[in-house]
Design a protein around this ligand. Sequence first.
Ligand code: PAP
Length: 295
Amino acid sequence: MVELKDGVRLYQYKGFWIPSPFLHPFIFNQPIFQLQDTDIVLSTFPKSGTTWLKALAFAIVNRSHYPLKHSPLLTNNSHQLVPCLERDLYAKIQSPPRLIMATHSPYGLLPVSILNCNCRIVYLCRNPLDQFVSHWHFRVRLREQTLLPVSLEEAFEMMCNGVQSFGPIWGHMLEYWRASIEQPEKILFLKYEDLKEDIKFYVKKLANFLGCPFSEEEESQEMIKEIAKLCSFDNMKSLEVNKKGKFSNGFKNDLFFRKGEVGDWKKHLTPSMAERFEKLLEEKLEESGLTFKKL
Ligand code: PAP
């Protein structure tokens, strides 16, 4: 167990560092409820684009219920619309028509009910250096610059040792990567950088994977472009709900919108830190076929 100065405890459980509030569901790994084959699980390593993926999946899947100009995404943060498996769902037995849920769980620790049914899993990961910097800023903003649990250098050292929430990041990504190769119809493996490069392509890919492809009519009405625009960083960040809103635990919605850029790590980490981590990552991902573009 590692206890950070802000009281956050990370427990090592089956090879992953799980934050204490999430530990109970993992240990008991109970069947949450009977999942439907049409249900959707969005899985991410923290700070890899969860807020974005939740918005995209919600907008795509619910487009026939909510015209985009009246989308609940305009008045709610996407975290309020897509529940978290460990936090929101274990306690509540609920089964809406097509449930979208999200998790940071490593693949091997997912509830068996998810693994055993035909629900779809979308996994999104991100360049680990950008993920690290994003998480770092999240912690700084959360504490409003006081009571910093660790320095940037200490946090970096911990990441290199695999000690971070739900880490090591390479183990998290590799488990989903391998599972997506074995079961491509069940697991779609995505990278944040690819979505940034060609979001329209991935909105279409997501809709196909989730079994709700765009019709010709929708395509001619530029539905794909409209969904990409609705869920874009600039649009979501500018919404009143994300500028002023708060979660029930007091977290401000704007904590989830910082820069949304690729390669921001260069402004915060030295070239030697990056070189050290990239070498380590190369060793860890060796021969898996999973690679990240050099930024
Ligand atoms: P979570 O895992 O705690 O839910 P998550 O949403 O994955 O957080 O991470 C937040 C990051 O996604 C932030 O990255 P940054 O710190 O590098 O800026 C945030 O800005 C970015 N983000 C949030 N919404 C979007 C979006 N619509 N498009 C692209 N990036 C986004």
